[in-house]
Design a protein. Structure first.
Length: 50
């Protein structure tokens, strides 16, 4: 097991960082999309005066 870890430690770290980055970016874009949908709804509210 130790021989395997020393041989492939760099590759394991690289792929784990890439996978973590994908999850973070997915969450960020989902948040930004929800924020954009909320802002679009705010623009349609119009008050009519007497």
């Amino acid at each position: 097991m130790k021989k395997f870890m020393t041989k492939y430690c760099g590759a394991i770290m690289l792929y784990s960082v890439i996978i973590l980055g994908v999850f973070v970016l997915n969450a960020r874009f989902k948040y930004l999309e929800d924020l954009e949908i909320t802002e679009e709804r705010d623009y349609y509210v119009v008050a009519l005066g007497d």
